[in-house]
Design a protein around this ligand. Structure first.
Ligand code: KIV
Ligand code: NA
Length: 268
């Protein structure tokens, strides 16, 4: 795959080739991902839970994100097949475009190739400002974990025609504002399909059905390291396989062939 670029991912979308995304928080795991074909490594603020043991992502700080982005960037640096590094903008760093740009710049300096922001139409000005200043943005819509208190918990978003249409419209407004990728979390299959068909930029899904252009899972979930109740879209890729590398390869293959997500991982 050589070095993954945004332009390369746009081409994959145009050609109908699916790609795999995984989260990583350290150099060791990140270094394993490019060589097995993971296209994008996401330094997710899910690290608040899986690394720091918190109950939500809201307490994750810029310093935390910078530390882990640097670790991941060092991990992928020497891969022949270098994945794109995406880093989450943590909670409360995107309230104004100017403030967001300062934080995003620090993540880019730490080694990110693109930053991810949570939120719908409210993020339009911020996305416009960041992208106008040369910082690529992925917009995360649907279930936005930083604001689950506002959403009333971890639940499927965009149910019903009006709510589904609103999320898709918001996403297209953010694409028009310059977003280079979209990420949809926990939405009915039909919403994922609608946005993937309407958007020119790649749409990454997590619990967004089989019709989106890419799939992401949290590393600790797909290796079955997380305890407690699991989301519907989680699949254990270590089961029946001897090692982490084989689990990564299986995930990449199932995403690329469309075998994942199966109906049991989706919100019909
Ligand atoms: O933080 C994270 O891991 C994420 C993914 C769940 C998309 O944002
Ligand atoms: Na996140």
């Amino acid at each position: 795959m050589a070095e993954v670029t945004l332009a390369g991912l746009d081409t994959m979308k145009r050609e109908g080739r699916r790609f795999a995304v995984l989260t990583a928080y350290d150099a060791t795991f990140a270094a394993m991902m490019g060589p097995v074909g993971v296209a994008v490594v996401l330094v997710g603020d899910s690290l608040g839970m899986v690394v720091q043991g918190r109950r939500s992502t809201a307490p994750v700080t810029m310093d935390d994100m910078i530390y882990h982005t640097e670790c991941v960037a060092r991990g992928v640096r020497d891969s022949d097949d270098k994945p794109l590094v995406m880093a989450d903008m943590p909670f409360a760093t995107t309230f104004s475009p100017l403030e967001a740009a300062g934080h995003a710049a620090r993540l880019m300096q730490a080694g990110a190739n693109i930053v991810k922001v949570e939120g719908g139409a409210v993020m339009e000005e911020t996305v416009r400002f960041l992208t106008a200043h040369g910082i690529p943005v992925c917009a995360h819509l649907g279930l936005t974990p930083q604001t689950t208190d506002m959403l009333g918990g971890y639940r499927v978003q965009g149910k019903g025609e009006g709510a589904g249409r609103k999320i898709v419209e918001d996403a297209l407004a953010l694409e028009a504002a310059g977003a280079r990728m979209l990420l949809f979390e926990c939405v009915p299959n039909a919403v994922g399909k609608a946005v993937a068909e309407a958007a020119r930029v790649p749409v990454i899904g997590i619990g967004a059905g089989p019709s989106v252009d890419a799939q992401v899972l949290v590393l600790h979930d797909m290796l079955n390291l997380t305890r407690g109740r699991k989301a519907r879209f989680v699949k254990n890729y270590l089961e029946g396989r001897g090692d982490v590398e084989a689990a990564f390869r299986a995930f990449v293959e199932e995403v690329e062939t469309g075998a994942y997500p199966a109906p049991e991982h989706c919100y019909g």
